[in-house]
Ligand binder design. Structure first.
Ligand code: DX5
Ligand code: ZN
Length: 229
């Protein structure tokens, strides 16, 4: 992975057909997705359950770009190696999910994987200030994690602007996760984000049998974001 601040569209397979993940990953890749965002939920840190490392390993061969694994689980440290072995390129952990974030982030990097920190809408950026040399990505949650299809929380735009200034020239991606649409993509791009996760906005209207809408959605979100920079 070479670092760039170009806009990356990362469809979340939380909105894909769960019975058909391999084909869904291939379809969004063919339709222009840059990254594939993989939402792992435990029913404990968040009120929903998705899947674990075995599913990540199974879909990895069907992903041509970056596999971006978002861990919404607590505790997290005992599972990091399994997600690295499953082929994750980026593993992100929640600041709110553990007391020893330096340790978790160091473990991820020691496994040869890019390390990300996720912050919930109620968490301030001062919490990441002393982690900046430990991370390759910050995921700013613009919904409360747990479900796709929620409404974008507008107050997070100010947080993204402040975070962008705090990061300066450091090679750290700013990822936005939750409620990204053609309407909100320009707002977050203008505020300084470069990785846009989108679940419902990418998968709506399409399917493995009819993937063209995926491409239309991805191109529309990308164009809206790029025009705002
Ligand atoms: C929420 C997940 C998101 C979610 C985004 O907990 O982390 O990645 O799938 O879904 P949309 O784009 O539908 O808000
Ligand atoms: Zn996510």
């Amino acid at each position: 992975m070479t670092f760039s601040r170009a806009i990356k569209i990362a469809p979340s397979i939380l909105s894909a057909d769960f019975a058909n993940f391999g084909a869904e990953c291939q379809a969004i890749g063919a339709q222009g997705a840059d990254w594939v965002h993989v939402d792992v939920m435990d029913g404990h840190f968040v009120p929903n359950i998705t899947f674990g490392p075995a599913t990540c390993a199974a879909i990895r061969p069907h992903i041509k770009g970056v596999m971006d694994v978002h861990l919404m689980i607590a505790p997290v440290d005992a599972y990091l190696e399994a997600f690295a072995k499953a082929g994750a390129d980026v593993i992100s952990v929640h600041l709110e999910a553990g007391a020893h974030m330096h340790r978790s982030l160091q473990t991820i990097r020691a496994l040869g994987v890019k390390a990300g920190i996720c912050i919930n809408p109620a968490t301030g950026i001062e919490s990441v200030e002393y982690l900046l040399d430990q991370i390759d990505l910050i995921n700013v949650m613009t919904v409360n994690p747990g479900f796709g299809g929620q409404k974008f929380i507008m107050s997070q735009l100010e947080k993204v602007r402040r975070l962008r200034a705090l990061i300066g020239e450091r090679p750290i991606h700013i990822e936005i996760d939750g409620g990204v649409t053609i309407e909100t993509a320009p707002l977050v791009a203008a505020a300084g984000a470069d990785v846009l996760v989108a679940g419902s906005a990418v998968f709506s209207g399409g399917s493995v049998a009819n993937p063209a809408p995926y491409g239309e959605n991805i191109r529309a979100i990308r164009a809206a974001a790029e025009a705002a920079r």
